[in-house]
Design a binder for this molecule. Structure first.
Ligand SMILES: NC(=O)c1ccc[n+]([C@@H]2O[C@H](COP(=O)([O-])OP(=O)(O)OC[C@H]3O[C@@H](n4cnc5c(N)ncnc54)[C@H](O)[C@@H]3O)[C@@H](O)[C@H]2O)c1
Length: 354
């Protein structure tokens, strides 16, 4: 089992290995004296992994209760959060007990937010079971729910006490959901680690253990430098400025990871045209996306995306922060005047190259 220590305000370990879910009772006991463990999961993960987790927890002396909600982004809602609070109250979970998120990013985000706010804060553990949640959402302490006005608009920073990444759980993921995580892995390679990008392009499944380790370690380093997202952490949004706009424009028919893949390519094409990025970086990203069957184009007029791009959190008054890589493995943040955005992005479709 590998370990990555995350040295944030409240420090914690990320345990990475195969079949370590069955050791989670012991691992959680090493960081918690709780008598009760409240496991929050979704309807897909419940049938696959909840029994294995609770039997391991019971062996280590935890009294368990399990709450399972309908799988999907719609469940990252205030109404589901309220159900989670009621479940915790009904099961008499106190501040000395522990809450455990077992599932993908949806489970992790809403459980983390419940843990940040229930009784003004209880300890929680992340057990991520998707590629995306293992390399991204379970580490760094961003928790949130969606409200009708938008995604992740209500949330809190709350670092987990422990993260347990059992790589074996990824074996039950569909290729489609796996590829959402793969897009985020490509992002880490492009912003920080060319060798990682090469590994992904060569064979993501063969190199999976090393890829997961490297991605988490990049997230660790960035989060340690900027826990509360006021500067460097912005580079983790590479591909997301256009990606979020595509998600919204497609009315969420295009999933997050697939939109990020398109966003990385489109933004890098604009940056090559503007002299910010090297053409080789664009080729590197396209090659990785092609290997993973991630589309690199979104078929619409870029001007239709601009209103969504301008509502991005990275906008400040008349400037917007563009996250780019000048060469593969080195992210840069470039400020653009919003009035020049349309010109800057006018070349993002590959049709312009032909
Ligand atoms: N907090 C952060 O820093 C951060 C970062 C990135 C993304 N996110 C959030 O993460 C969420 C997306 O996470 P996601 O992609 O993991 O989606 P998800 O949690 O919806 O999981 C995707 C699907 O996979 C299923 N699933 C989970 N594990 C499985 C397994 N091992 N085998 C089979 N099926 C399994 C789920 O039931 C679900 O149907 C979004 O809400 C996004 O906003 C948060």
């Amino acid at each position: 089992m590998k370990n990555i220590h995350v040295n944030t305000g409240a420090a914690y370990d990320v345990k990475i290995g195969h079949s370590i879910l069955s050791e989670s009772g012991k691992l959680i006991r090493s960081i918690s004296k709780a008598s009760k463990a409240a496991v929050i999961t979704d309807s897909n993960v419940f049938g696959l992994y909840a029994d294995k987790l609770t039997s391991s927890l019971e062996k280590s002396g935890f009294e368990c209760c399990v709450f399972s909600f309908k799988a999907g982004e719609e469940s990252k809602s205030l109404s589901n959060l309220s159900e989670i609070y009621s479940f915790l109250i009904k099961n008499e979970i106190t501040r000395s007990d522990i809450v455990i998120a077992l599932g993908g990013g949806v489970v992790g985000d809403i459980t983390g937010f419940a843990a940040a706010t229930y009784l003004r804060g209880v300890d929680y553990v992340q057990i991520p079971t998707t590629f995306l949640s293992q390399i991204d959402s379970s580490v760094g302490g961003k928790t949130a729910v969606n409200i009708p006005d938008g995604k992740n608009l209500v949330g809190a920073f709350k670092q987990p006490k422990l993260v347990i990444c059992d790589i074996e759980t990824l074996s039950t993921l569909s290729e489609d959901i796996f590829s959402d995580g793969a897009a985020e892995a490509i992002k880490y390679g492009v912003i920080r680690d060319k060798a990682l990008l090469d590994m992904i392009t060569e064979d993501v499944h063969k190199n999976l253990d090393e890829i997961i380790y490297r991605c988490i370690d990049i997230k660790r380093a960035v989060v340690e430098n900027d826990e509360f997202d006021t500067g460097e952490r912005m580079i983790l949004n590479f591909g997301h400025t256009i990606g979020h706009a595509i998600e919204k424009h497609s009315k969420h028919k295009i999933s997050h990871g697939k939109a990020v893949a398109m966003g990385m390519v489109m933004m890098t094409r604009a940056c090559v045209n503007d002299g910010i990025s090297q053409p080789q970086t664009l080729n590197d990203i396209i090659s990785a996306c092609n290997v993973l069957s991630l589309k690199t184009e979104y078929d619409c007029d870029i001007n239709e995306l601009i209103p969504y791009i301008l509502s991005d959190k990275k906008r400040a008054s008349n400037t917007i922060n563009i996250i780019a890589s000048d060469v593969t493995g080195n992210a840069v943040i470039v400020k653009k005047d919003v009035h020049t955005l349309s010109d800057f992005l006018s070349c993002v479709s590959d049709k312009q190259d032909k």
